[in-house]
Design a protein around this ligand. Structure first.
Ligand code: ADP
Ligand code: ZN
Length: 297
């Protein structure tokens, strides 16, 4: 079985790993995300060491924070774009890795990587159209349509859609630096903390924060259901560790759709329609392996 390298590049840390599949991760390392000059050499060292121990890598997959250029035909393929992490703006991520490892390099957003990981080994096996939403510090979303990751002008930015916001019920004006009260501005982990003045982890399950949160997430999902017609919606990220959100989100989705879509998946089997990732906390790294596999001939 081919040996893959995976990089899950996040805003606070990089998780790098080497292996062939979810139950065969040979090594894993965490590296703080500081500057490319500091972080990338440690990534390269790790893969060089692993090649000595485990053998030659057949490909490396990179699932990264964005925005980024995932289009292999573009002159800036493999670059990070105007990311809020200033040190990384216009960084040639794929180029930096390819200079050291002359092997296929897969490159996409962290969330598109998670999409591919769930497709390959997780809860989306056998489907061809589904979405993955991650609710963490921010909100990201990616998906597959007809068996292909969704790309276009750039890549989906599903966290930044606009949804109804009743300022009387929820006077918090939102925390997105670009749009204020887009979905991310209202429902990200950061939004929860700013609205309630407490860490999301410290709010008890019966706190009103969670019903409000579920309602915003459900409004977002309803728009994705109606536009992309996904066969499943997978929801991950730190905030979704609050498992009480799942039943709340499901019932709000049913309420907002108002039995317009008469399909058993939504009317009767919604537990299996809106669900957590099967790969759990391995989703990011497995997504990166899946990107490597996709890039290798
Ligand atoms: P990131 O988005 O930074 O890549 P995560 O997906 O882990 O990483 O998301 C971090 C966010 O999720 C933070 O806002 C944190 O408060 C929130 N979070 C993490 N764990 C929990 C939890 N158990 N309950 C509620 N919120 C959580
Ligand atoms: Zn926004």
């Amino acid at each position: 079985m081919p040996l893959w390298g995976g990089i899950e590049a996040g805003g606070t840390k990089f998780i790098c790993g080497v292996g062939t599949k979810p139950n065969d991760i040979r090594a894993e390392i965490r590296i703080p995300t500081t500057t490319p000059q500091e972080t990338i050499p440690q990534v390269i060292d790790f893969f060089h060491q692993q090649e000595k121990l485990e053998g030659t890598l057949e490909g490396i997959g990179i699932g990264s924070f964005g925005p980024l250029d995932p289009n292999p035909a573009s002159p800036t393929f493999g670059y990070l774009k105007h990311t809020p992490k200033h040190n990384w703006v216009d960084f040639d991520f794929v180029g930096a890795i390819r200079r050291e490892f002359k092997i296929p390099i897969g490159f996409d957003t962290d969330v598109n990587a998670a999409v591919l990981g769930e497709y390959r080994w997780g809860n989306a096996q056998g489907l061809d159209t589904f979405i993955y939403i991650t609710v963490g510090t921010g909100i990201g979303g990616g998906g597959m349509v007809n068996g292909k990751l969704i790309h276009g002008l750039l890549h989906p930015e599903m966290g930044h859609i606009f949804i109804p916001h009743n300022l009387t019920e929820d006077p918090f004006t939102g925390c997105c630096p670009f749009h204020n009260d887009c979905l991310e501005g209202l429902a990200s982990g950061l939004a929860i903390e700013k609205r309630w003045g407490k860490k999301a982890t410290s709010l008890p399950p019966e706190h009103p924060a969670w019903l409000l949160e579920a309602n915003y997430l459900a409004l977002g999902l309803v728009n994705f259901v109606l536009t992309l017609s996904p066969q499943k919606i997978i929801m991950g990220g730190g905030v979704m560790n609050q498992k009480q959100l799942f039943p709340l989100v499901r019932s709000q989705v049913q309420k907002h759709l108002s039995s317009y879509l008469k399909v058993p998946e939504i009317l009767n089997e919604i537990e299996d329609y809106i669900l957590p990732p099967k790969l759990g906390n391995k989703a990011g790294l497995m997504g990166a392996f899946a990107l490597a596999e996709q890039a290798a001939p």
